[in-house]
Structures are given as C-alpha cells and as structure tokens.
Design a protein around this ligand. Structure first.
Ligand SMILES: CC(C)(COP(=O)(O)OP(=O)(O)OC[C@H]1O[C@@H](n2cnc3c(N)ncnc32)[C@H](O)[C@@H]1OP(=O)(O)O)[C@@H](O)C(=O)NCCC(=O)NCCS
Length: 271
C-alpha cells in the first residue's frame, strides 16, 4: 500500500470525527476534545495517550507535554505513527477508518506510548522511560521494555497480555495477535530476546523465547512455543514449534492470512 501523506490522513480523521459526532451526539464532546480541538495528528495523539496514561501523581497535562516533546520534530516517530495507523486500517477488518485505532484500539495506543518511552530511554532518561513502561502495562496490558527496538507498520491486534523484552528487535511490517511473548529463557543474560524479521505474523498466545531469529515473512501458529530460529518464509506451529508449511504470501503480516498453508503449494515470493 502506498503511504498516504500526513495531511491527508489528518483531514480524513477529522472528517470521520465530524461524521461520528453527527451520528452519535452523546460522543460529540469526546470527539471534539480528542480530535477536532487539535491542529495536527501528533497533538491529538499526545492528548489521547496522556489521558490514558495519567496517574494520581503524574497529571495528564504533564504527560501531554512529555509526549508532545518526544514527538516534536521527530520524523522517525512521525513516520512510524502514520505507518502504524495505515497498518491497522488495511489489516484489521474491525477498523472503521483511522479513528478506530486512534481512539479505541489499545494495541495502537500501546505501540505509540512505547515509542515515547523508547525515545526517552535512548536519550538517557531511563526513570521516565520505566515510569511510562509501567503505566503502559497497567493501562493497556502490554508490557514492552523501552529498550526494545520496534520498526514501523506494526499492528498488535487486541493486544491484551503482550510481553516484549529489553533486547527484542522487531523489524517493519509486523503483525501479532494477543497474548504473545517475545521473551527470554532465563538461561541467557545480555542480548537474550528474539529478533523478528520483516513481515512476520505471530498468532495468539505464541511464546517466542530466547535470542533466536524469526526470518522475514515467517508465520507462527497460535499457541506455539518457539525455541529455535525460524527460516524466512516458513510457517511453524506447535509446542515446541516445528516447520509445518510455507506461507502463501511473502509477508503474512500484511495479509493477516492466519491459516496453515498447504505444503508445497505456496509461492513465497507471491505478494
Ligand atoms: C527455558 C525453557 C525454554 C527450557 O529451557 P531448557 O531447560 O534449557 O530446555 P531446552 O530448551 O534444552 O529444551 C529441552 C527439551 O524440552 C522442550 N521444551 C523446552 N521448553 C518447552 C516448553 N515450554 N514446552 C514444550 N517443550 C519444551 C524442548 O523442545 C526440548 O525438547 P527436545 O530435547 O526434544 O529437543 C522452558 O523451560 C520455558 O519455557 N521456560 C519459561 C521461559 C519463559 O516463560 N520466558 C518468558 C520470559 S518473559
């Protein structure tokens, strides 16, 4: 899918908010304060995340400033926000346009909040980053260490009970369902978490453990326990996970095809 310019997405979001406010007057004020009162997507998102992450001792106003500061002039985060929004809109049939993830999908909220925490982590503000990790975990049931490195075009569908460890790396165009762990085995220190290639799709409840590599375009079946490298463009499933097939598409994350494809029938380079 071709990237849509920021302005175009923001205008689309505002049009959706106006439509929804007309259709549901009880939410008109909610739609105004979260979307229509703002001039840019980043401002709207800062407000939305701040109101979800506030705590009795750190106000939404303080958090909004901190989030806006992390977004300000940061082209990498800006591009990632847009790519993540587009990822949800194109991959999740439950999404009714851009306002669904922006307002309601906690997988999207968790990833954008993580991006803020990561920004503070890499700029030597670890205490703030850990505070945000803790609030993200409490608010969204998604526990991502701020040191983890996550690309863009990411969708966490449902997102409840997700754990991603400190040294995990997730490349672009990744999708996963709920209850996924990208964790350690407890046997290793240092670099101890999985490395996930581009276009990978991970099914609900899968546990990927240790400093292993899941190759690009791989697919992991629901409930699998993955303890070894997964070759690119391979479907694995089971406990412990074993190769079972070849995905029908080069990047299963993009199609969200959650079936186990028939062995030998698929073209791994097919779009
Ligand atoms: C750590 C762990 C992966 C096993 O480590 P280990 O004791 O070194 O064992 P190995 O990886 O050598 O595996 C030994 C055998 O048990 C199997 N095995 C290991 N963990 C398994 C699991 N969770 N379920 C099913 N089989 C498992 C392996 O496939 C292997 O089988 P094989 O000998 O036929 O090849 C496993 O005990 C575990 O799941 N620990 C919990 C880790 C966790 O929860 N991490 C999340 C942190 S956020």
């Amino acid at each position: 899918m071709e990237p849509v310019p920021n302005d175009q997405i923001w205008q689309q979001i505002r049009a959706e908010a106006v439509r929804d406010a007309r259709a549901e007057p009880a939410l008109a004020s909610f739609l105004f304060t979260n979307i229509l009162a703002h001039h840019r997507l980043e401002d709207s998102l800062s407000f939305i995340l701040a109101t979800k992450l506030e705590s009795p001792t750190v106000s939404a106003l303080t958090l909004r400033d901190l989030i806006a500061h992390a977004f300000a002039g940061n082209e990498t985060i800006r591009q990632a926000i847009l790519a993540d929004l587009q990822a949800v809109v194109t991959r999740d049939p439950a999404s009714r346009g851009y306002t669904s993830p922006l307002l309601f999908f906690k997988g999207f909220h968790a990833i954008q909040s993580y991006r803020v925490a990561h920004e503070y982590w890499i700029n030597d503000r670890q205490t703030l980053a850990l505070f945000l990790q803790s609030r993200i975990s409490e608010a969204f049931a998604v526990d991502i260490h701020p040191g983890a490195r996550i690309g863009k075009g990411i969708m966490f569908d449902h997102a409840t009970s997700v754990v991603i460890g400190e040294t995990a790396v997730v490349e672009d165009d990744f999708s996963m369902l709920h209850e996924v762990t990208l964790g350690g085995t407890g046997r290793e220190g240092g670099d101890r978490h999985p490395k996930i290639g581009r276009g990978v799709l991970i099914g609900a409840g899968a546990k990927v453990l240790g400093n292993i590599r899941v190759g690009e375009g791989a697919k992991i079946g629901a409930g699998s326990v993955v303890l070894h490298d997964v070759p690119p463009h391979t479907t694995v499933a089971g406990v412990p996970a074993k190769p079972v097939s070849v995905p029908a598409y080069a990047f299963p994350a993009l199609t969200m095809d959650q079936t186990i494809d028939s062995p030998g029938e698929a073209d791994p380079q097919a779009g």
